[in-house]
Design a protein around this ligand. Structure first.
Ligand SMILES: [Zn+2]
Length: 368
């Protein structure tokens, strides 16, 4: 066999003279030092990539595998649940569990970064049992925005209980839902960042909320969700039920007349600042997923007021699906009574949670 075509045909034999650290030697590095090296590598390697390649960060996220990298030997080992895959930069194969040679696309080491070809990534997904239909798209961040806060209570209703007036304020209801939701999402998605525009009774300005959303950095194939949570108010005390607002297609900045705006007047100041086109379709899908979960959780007794189209707040980030939820009317006595029950808030939270979950599955699996 003419090995000149395969200059690196024996890349993984340990202890070949002058080849740098073998894996067994690598393992001897102190854990803390190794941790540091790995962290440094991850930081180095996560950066803009070629169109059809996959970042190391994404591979680690998706496979849940650990990487040990031998910088001198240019070799790496992914491991998880007893499976190991060893590769060397430049080689068109990987070695599974020290025995099986897997032909695959190459891994390139370029200016201190590892770049995985789509084929190499697919091989790793197969080995670690990641769904084949995964699109490579990833929802990176979920930003929850509990409406109002602090001096701005939002919709409010006063209850008399034993002669004492007790207020039911929108700002408290939506904060409670948002905190519970953030908690559940953090447990479900330890690798995504779950953020809140406020985690307590304070009032970030609308501009501050929007800036938070627009400042989130997204790499290629990454997306985010912005979910604003409100409770409704109406002069008609019979108005009842939940609704979901999204941004209409072809929205362009235009001035909204406060006197003709029929929705939650508190969101008027953010109208005209939302810029979103690309994700209208995604926002509609997210809205529908949340609505059907509301219906499922809250039952036929609570009116589904449906999906509504309005141009409210701003998101300049094009890869963001955004919706505004009105979970019920504080001004309707029946609904206000329900909104005072922790069990009802738990159901609302669960509905939103399940809607988000469905959306994430859809977003990360679909091909584009
Ligand atoms: Zn509101």
């Amino acid at each position: 066999m003419n090995t000149s075509h395969f200059p690196l045909s024996r890349p993984f034999k340990k202890g070949r003279g002058g080849e740098g650290l073998s894996f067994s030697q690598t393992r001897l590095i102190q854990p803390s030092v190794r941790q540091f090296l790995l962290t440094a590598l991850v930081i180095l390697f996560v950066s803009p990539l070629h169109a059809e390649s996959v970042s190391l960060e994404e591979l680690l996220q998706k496979t849940g595998a650990a990487l040990m990298w031998d910088a001198l030997g240019h070799k790496g080992q992914f491991s998880r649940d007893g499976n190991t895959v060893v590769f060397r930069a430049g080689d068109p194969w990987m070695v599974l569990n020290g025995r099986q040679l897997l032909p695959t696309g190459t891994v390139i080491e370029e200016q201190g970064r590892l770049i995985f070809s789509r084929e190499a990534a697919d091989t790793l997904y197969r080995v670690f049992g990641i769904q084949k239909n995964s699109s490579g798209y990833r929802l990176k961040t979920i930003l929850l925005d509990p409406g109002h806060g602090g001096r701005d209570s939002g919709a409010i209703r006063h209850w008399k209980s034993d002669g004492v007036e007790i207020p039911l304020a929108e700002k408290d209801v939506v904060l409670e839902i948002s905190l519970q939701l953030a908690d559940k999402l953090k447990r479900l998605y330890p690798n995504k960042s779950i953020l809140l525009t406020r985690g307590q009774d304070v009032y970030p300005t609308l501009e501050e909320r929007v800036n938070m959303a627009n400042k989130i950095d997204l790499a290629q194939r990454e997306g985010m969700l912005y979910i604003s949570i409100h409770a409704n108010a109406s002069l008609n005390s019979k108005a009842e039920g939940y609704e979901v607002w999204y941004l209409p297609k072809n929205y362009r900045r235009n001035v909204v007349d406060k006197s003709t705006f029929s929705g939650d007047s508190a969101i008027v100041p953010i109208i005209n600042t939302l810029w979103e086109e690309e994700f209208t379709h995604e926002s509609i899908r997210l809205a529908d997923m949340i609505l059907s979960n509301f219906q499922h959780q809250l039952g036929p007794g609570v009116p589904n007021r449906g999906r509504r189209e309005e141009s409210w707040f701003v998101v300049r980030n094009a890869r963001m699906a955004s919706v505004l939820l009105e979970v019920g009317f504080i001004t309707n006595p029946n609904e206000a009574a329900r909104l005072r029950q922790p069990e009802y808030l738990r159901k609302i939270t669960l509905a939103i949670y399940n809607g988000i979950r469905e959306f994430v599955d859809y977003f990360e699996k679909k091909g584009r």
